[in-house]
Design a protein around this ligand. Sequence first.
Ligand SMILES: [Mg+2]
Length: 240
Amino acid sequence: MFDVDGTLTPAKQKIVKSFAKQFAEWSNDKEVYLISGGSFVRICGQITPSLLDNMTAVYACMGNAGYIRKKDESRAWIKRYEHTFEPPAGLIEALEIVARDSPHIEKKPPHWEVRSGMLNFSVVGQKASKAHRKAYASYDAEHLERETIVKKLRPMFPEIDFVIGGAVSLDIFEKGRDKSQVIREHFKDLSKDVILHFVGDRVEHPGNDYAIAQLVLEHPNGHVHSVKSWKDTAELLKSI
Ligand SMILES: [Mg+2]
């Protein structure tokens, strides 16, 4: 099981060709699942079609939308399920205030986008260029603004979870509707003998891989690998 952004690709960008080739060869004799905070459309733009063909299933939007392939010759991808997200009263207003009050200057609204079963928020905004996003990522690394936002909003919305995802954003969803739902709902009958690996770049709390990593570790043959970029993943694949 692989996270996508920061694990297989640079955040929101395409997979590097040489790594796509290595990953495709490695995945030939395995069951491989992608579990991303991004939408299915975005994942399809990031992962090469031939590599995507090797994936058993793709869980998009933190596992709030699941995709499998038709069993017929077309092997076309089909959506198996999709959850929705209704922002609770006051959430959007609170996010707008957080974005407005941030001392970071470059902002390209809108700051939030509703996806399947979740909402994605960033101070820098959905319309920010790559350079703006990069500038905000360094600002956040220095000031830990996203952590401060999470600490502020959590007590205001006890039924909602806020996690740091990608390079600049927060993923927001009903408690439990994070990547861990993939394990709870689709792998609950997994045999103890199966060797299960999860690879992610945000397995530490409050990262968006933390909850799923905790459940993987509960499996007797579960292993969690923390990587800093696809380069670490490329090295790791040589030993799995
Ligand atoms: Mg990631």
